[in-house]
Design a protein around this ligand. Sequence first.
Ligand SMILES: [Zn+2]
Ligand SMILES: [Zn+2]
Length: 283
Amino acid sequence: MPKVFSYNGEFLDATYNVGTVDGVFGLIIESWGPKNRNPDYACAVRYIIQRLREANLSFIKVYVISRNLSKALPNIEDRAVKLYNNVDTDIYIRHVHADDIRLAIGREVGEMKEPHNIKSKGGNRFKRILIHSPLMTDKYWHTLASTMDKLDIFEPTADHEKFNLLVDSLLKQKIEEPTGSIHPKQSNITTTVYLRDPFVKAWVLSNAVGKCEACQLPAPFHRTDGTPYLEVHHLIPLSEGGSDTISNALAVCPNCHRKLHFSLDKESLKLEIESKIPRLIRA
Ligand SMILES: [Zn+2]
Ligand SMILES: [Zn+2]
């Protein structure tokens, strides 16, 4: 197990690991244990929280992954640490002293007791915990724990999925007016694209005769050539194995299109549309 680095460039006497436990990915660290194992545990946890804060992270989740407790509570969500009587398992780490968070986590971890039918010899002093953030990749965790390099988590990115995760995370915190960049950097990336059949899109659009097939309203505007503006949506995305056929494609207004992708009730909307339009019945 690698050791956690400290601010002044010296290794702390505490080891860590990065990996997935019960489906959750994060940094794993074991508390101060018998035979003086990990004596710098507290210091290491405080240092990790500090580094995460410097990287502009607002929330972490902490799970207890000790063997006995995992046996008693197999669902890892039941072993998520909640601070200050919160119902939420998101632990807010900005504008709070790293040491206060560390102490509060330690207290909650200690409180998490195995049910009485499982006798534990070590008491609750020696616990393995896993620190998780959806923004922290394997590379980021290792950079954080074993180098003194700055974490560039919120740097501009061309990765669409990562970009939206970052935006969602920033939406949960107060941010200052950003400067952005006058000349955003460009990058060439390789992506998998699907060859789409122009006949399918054209057929679906003309079949809709200018009306959204979801909300039945007319197209919101006309294009420069005078034709109604509608978009074509694949009910099962091509990237998930959906077909590029008229039984998987429908013409929708931009509003309904976004709804089909992002709405809270997109699944029921999809079912409703499928039940109304006979050609969408798939074998
Ligand atoms: Zn619509
Ligand atoms: Zn779509």
